[in-house]
Structure formats: C-alpha cells, structure tokens
Design a protein around this ligand. Sequence first.
Ligand code: DGY
Length: 345
Amino acid sequence: MSSSSKPRVVVTRSLGPQVMGPFEARGDVEVDCWPEDTVVDRAWLLEHVKGAAGLLVAFGEKVNTELLDAAGPSLKVVSTMSVGYDHFDVPEIKKRGIKMGYTPGVLTNAVADLTILLILMASRNAGYTSALVQRGDWPSSPWSPYAFCGPQLSTIPSSPKRTIGFLGFGRIAQATLTRLIAFGVTDVVYTTRSLSADKDAEYAKQFPTLNSIKGVSLEDMAKQSDIVVLLAPGGDATYHMIGEAFLRQMKPTAILVNAGRGTVVDSDALAKALKEGWLCSAGLDVVEGEPNVGKDHPLVKEAKCVILPHLGSATIETRLGMANLAVQNVLGGLGLCEMGEVLDP
Ligand code: DGY
C-alpha cells in the first residue's frame, strides 16, 4: 500500500484527535486509518491490510482467516479496543505467531457502573415508563398505589436479604458486587468454569461484610438469585446458556441483567419468560445479533425489558483510556514500546 520503510498500522476507526494526533505524529509508524466515521468497509480493510504490520480494530470487526490471509506474513500484532475478543479467531491468530492486545482493566468501573444502572432501570420499570412520558402518556388517572412497582434493590428491615447471582465472576463482576454491597446485598452465588471451596474462602475474605458467597451450579444460581447478572464472555462455551431451562427456574420476582455478550441469552426464550412472568424484568446492554436489533425484535417489544445499545464502556474517560491502551498494544507488538495488555487466552 505504500513505499515507506516504516511499519504500517491499519486502524479501522478513528480514535479521535486526542489519540490519533500523537499516534500519527510519532514518525516511526505509518498510520493508515479508515477515513469515515462509520463501521469500516470490509473491502477497504481487506485491501489496506495487505502488507500491514499492525492492525487496530474495534469490537465486532472479525479478525478471521480471510483477513489474516489478506494481511499476509507481515502482520505482527492485532489490537482490539475492547475487553471482549469473541471477534478474534484466536487459534488462527496464535498459529501464525501474531501477538494480540486488548483493553481490560481500564473499562472495569464503567461497565460495573452501567450494570448497576441496568439493575435499577429493570427493577424500577424505568425504560418503559420513561418511554411513556416521552410519547406524552404521563401515567395519571386513576392513580394506582402499586402501578409500575418493582422489587427494591436496597435492603430494608422488612426485606433484609438480597441474593445476587453472577454468571462469570471476573473483574467487572467483582467491581459490580462492590457497588451492590452498598445497597445492602447480603448473599452471593456465582457460576464460573471452575468452582472450588478455596475460591469461596478467598472471596469471603475479599468481601467480608457478606453473609455468604458461594460457587454454585447454573441451576442453583437460577433458583436462589433475586438478581442474576451476566458478565460472561461470548463464544461457543456460553452460547444460549441462559435459555428456557434456566429462565423457568428463576424466581418470579427476580431481575436478569446482561452486560456481557448477547449470545449468552436466547432472546426468544427470554421474551417468552417475560411475557409469561417466569421472572419480573430484564435489563440488557447486549443482544444477540446487535446492531441489527429493530423495533420488531421480541425483546424490544417487551415492556418488561429495558435495552441499551451496548454502552458498557461508553464514558469519555474510559473510551480515551481504551483508545490509548489499544494504540500502546499495537505499538508494543511492533517492539516500539511495552505492550500494555497482552491477550493470551
Ligand atoms: C468490550 O470491551 O468488550 C465491550 O463489550 C465493547 O465495548
């Protein structure tokens, strides 16, 4: 693509002037950035990646055999501006000896904040009722004492126990739990790939104010939780883990929140569960098939489901941190600095 002897880095989305300015001004790399403020055109990417040394992508842009073949043997590093990497064909990238970078850590607090927002929005019917107000239908007469009531997050003397279930108990889940403890959460059940009494004991020390914290089966988590929080990665291992069987076992007063990956939840099963009252309500930041989620999607039509368009890490501070780290990772993979966060699953 160019006759320059500098390594070339293809960037699929401008990271804004604060990040692109210093990146482009370095002089030791050539930066080749998709010029539009839209999702990169795949044909452009396949053409520009030829002979590139580095590739910096956003969440959702598939780094698969097609793209790696187009890049050829010059490609040394792939960096994603996300913590999730289900858009990477990891075995294929590893086989070719290409380094991988990602952006965990810097987004933990932002996603944990948003998870609390979803729990509150779902339990207090905030999505549905704010839509009513926006379309001019302020609920008025006859005022009903229990209209739009949902289960209360914070504990009170008449309701002193809350059990939270986590699918996935990594950094973001733990940061979410820290926040939930301030609301009076008493008990935690979690499901991860491997459970052990030692882990339970470690977590009990880490969260000493809890009444109990225990690794349990998926089934027990469904049965025991007042709020289920999904913060599991995507991919085959978690595909539709939350389906009819799980949802049927939830408490009818329980809330389900997904701030991880849409593919973990079977949308049709969740829509049916909400319609039939197997659980109380749901809050989703991610939906299978996004961004192609239109107004006829069964969950969009469901009043008991509040949906945000994948905003987990969307704060100014966090996105800047992610962008800077993604740049550091790509430069690090080219040996021009230390890599900040190496992805090596
Ligand atoms: C991530 O970082 O994986 C988020 O889900 C994308 O913002």
